[in-house]
Ligand binder design. Structure first.
Ligand SMILES: Nc1ccn([C@@H]2O[C@H](COP(=O)(O)OP(=O)(O)OP(=O)(O)O)[C@@H](O)[C@H]2O)c(=O)n1
Ligand SMILES: C[C@](O)(CO)[C@H](O)COP(=O)(O)O
Length: 233
């Protein structure tokens, strides 16, 4: 792995429960290519000098059959029970080489449609920011809140004027991110993205508007949509 001041962490240790496929969703194919290979290929095409580490599940039997597994720039490490654990494992695996001031870019394996222009704009904007930030997309739908007692009944409409959908990549300094994630996990705080850990540590990450078609492949309908989007990029 290269000595990098920019590290890519691509968490790929999930099981894809909501996809309910025969294999973890990162190993489903779009146009005959593993989703994980598409994501890594697109990231490294845009950021060829970055170091890259991919957290994998202990039950992963597909990695050796990927193209990425023969790319010398890419290392792997053990994933964890939750996404946050997988990312923290990757940060700890980078410890011997990474410096506290290095940038770490975390991007879901399940988001193959990320645009190179978004990657470059994100890095340019966070490079001038004290904390770092994330790609995000302003909410465009009206949002309804349901009550726990009546999950399919509207209890209120949420003011969406200041709401964003968090995407990935999310980019933070190595030392700050490692300490924030470790702290949040030690406190038992439920963390679903890196920015939440940084917020829990008192930081205010930068929101950088990204393309709304940078979708996370999550449920079956997302697969055909991802294929269409990739065909347009
Ligand atoms: N313990 C985990 C859980 C998730 N991920 C990764 O984090 C990304 C976003 O997570 P998500 O979309 O939730 O993937 P899954 O957890 O696999 O999906 P599900 O919740 O439907 O099981 C995915 O690339 C997934 O592989 C991970 O590395 N380690
Ligand atoms: C990191 C993320 O993709 C930002 O929206 C999202 O939080 C992942 O959540 P998931 O439940 O692990 O898919």
């Amino acid at each position: 792995m290269p000595e990098a001041s920019l590290w890519l962490i691509v968490p790929a240790a999930g099981v894809g429960q909501r996809m309910a496929a025969a294999c973890p969703k990162q190993y489903l194919r779009v146009d005959s290519e593993y989703i994980l290979d598409i994501t890594l290929r697109r990231l490294l095409a845009a950021l060829p000098a970055a170091g890259c580490i991919v957290p994998l599940s202990s039950t992963d039997i597909w990695w050796p059959s990927t193209n990425a597994s023969s790319d010398g720039r890419i290392a792997t490490c053990a994933g964890g029970n939750e996404r946050a654990n997988s990312v923290l494992n990757a940060l700890q695996a980078l410890a011997p080489t990474a410096k506290n001031e290095d940038w770490v870019l975390v991007h879901d394996a399940a988001r193959p449609c990320v645009a190179s222009d978004d990657l470059k704009r994100l890095l340019k904007k966070v490079g001038a920011h004290s904390v770092g930030g994330l790609l995000a997309s302003p909410v465009t739908d009206t949002l309804k809140m349901a009550s726990p007692q009546a999950p399919n009944t509207v209890s209120s409409t949420i003011d969406r004027r200041h709401l964003w959908r968090a995407l990935t990549p999310q980019v933070f300094r190595y030392g700050l991110l490692r300490d924030a994630l470790q702290g949040a996990l030690n406190q038992g705080v439920a963390i679903t993205d890196e920015a939440a850990a940084m917020e829990q540590a008192g930081h205010r990450p930068l929101l950088v508007e990204g393309r709304s078609d940078n979708i996370k492949i999550t449920v079956p309908a997302d697969l055909a949509l991802a294929g269409f989007i990739l065909g347009q990029l």
